[in-house]
Design a protein around this ligand. Structure first.
Ligand SMILES: [Zn+2]
Ligand SMILES: [Zn+2]
Length: 298
């Protein structure tokens, strides 16, 4: 049902979902007066902040290239993704801190039945939206949406850990199970936060296209470069949705500019056909620039 939503619509949806979850928790707090629910509701502020940030990043990333940023603005999304990763790490540290202090004072959790119910509801809402974001993030190649989805999934794990800990502690009578489980959840989320930060920083570092895309590029060149002697020096990089490709193409030095340009056009059209987001730059060289290894046209 969400198949055709744009990145911007999805980012707007994230804000609405975060607001709905917070409203749910504030309402539950007003009905029960549970302090645990209030602090949980305040934590939702972080989600709203993250969603608003992703919204701005997605919009800015869509701006067309301009004089100041001739390659486009796609990388803006990675900044949002890095900050989402930091938010996940902070959430993990808060959970770990609470778990450890609960272990040392054998504290009793102040969640009532209402608190558990609201937490379960919020968990389901977050889970549903996280799945939408993760799928859309892959489809739209949007780092901001993907990171938002992973952030929500870490919230789902937190809620699941809290609920499981409470239920286990109730069933077994071992109150220590609750903070122990929270400790496990905290470590898991810390790892997730680190992975999100690493992936996003990597995106800022001009990372090459994934192996299967590079293979596709080489196949297209082999197929379409007929008339050229060799292609070498292939470089690719991904910036969110954008894909940049450049390489050298060696031709017979006596070939006319018109003929070699014709080959370049054929390759460029075929590459954009295979990878619609591709932006291609080709450098033409005469035969004394042949290298020992390269892509040989068929
Ligand atoms: Zn600009
Ligand atoms: Zn060269």
């Amino acid at each position: 049902m969400h198949q055709r939503l744009s990145a911007e619509q999805l980012a707007t949806g994230s804000i609405l979902v975060a607001l709905a979850v917070m409203t749910l928790k504030v309402a539950a707090w007003m009905m029960t007066g549970s302090v645990a629910l209030l602090s949980d509701a305040l934590e939702s502020l972080v989600n709203i902040g993250g969603a608003v940030m992703a919204w701005f990043a997605v919009r800015y990333a869509q701006r067309p290239p301009d004089a100041g940023h001739p390659y486009g603005h796609h990388k803006a999304e990675y900044f949002s993704a890095v900050i989402e990763g930091i938010l996940i790490v902070i959430a993990a540290l808060v959970i770990l801190h609470e778990a450890i202090s609960a272990l040392t004072r054998a504290g009793d959790p102040a969640w009532g039945a209402a608190g558990m119910l609201v937490n379960a509801l919020a968990m389901l809402v977050n889970l549903a939206w996280a799945r939408v974001l993760l799928r859309a993030g892959t489809r739209l190649k949007s780092p901001a949406l993907s990171a938002g989805g992973r952030h929500l999934m870490s919230d789902v794990w937190t809620s699941a850990g809290v609920l499981a800990g409470l239920v286990l502690a109730l069933v077994t009578g071992w109150a220590v199970l609750d903070p122990l489980l929270a400790l496990l959840v905290g470590v898991n989320i810390l790892r997730e936060g680190w992975l999100v930060i690493a992936a996003s920083v990597n995106g800022l570092m001009d990372t090459a296209a994934p192996a299967e895309e590079r293979q596709k590029i080489e196949e297209v060149i082999q197929r379409m470069a007929a008339g050229a002697l060799q292609v070498h020096g292939l470089k690719t990089r991904r910036a969110g949705r954008a894909l940049f490709i450049e390489f050298h193409m060696v031709v017979d030095g006596a070939m006319t500019v018109r003929a070699s340009h014709g080959i370049c056009d054929m390759i460029e059209i075929a590459l954009k056909d295979a990878l619609p987001e591709a932006q291609v730059v080709i450098h033409v060289e005469p035969e004394h620039k042949l290298e020992p290894a390269g892509i040989e046209p068929r």
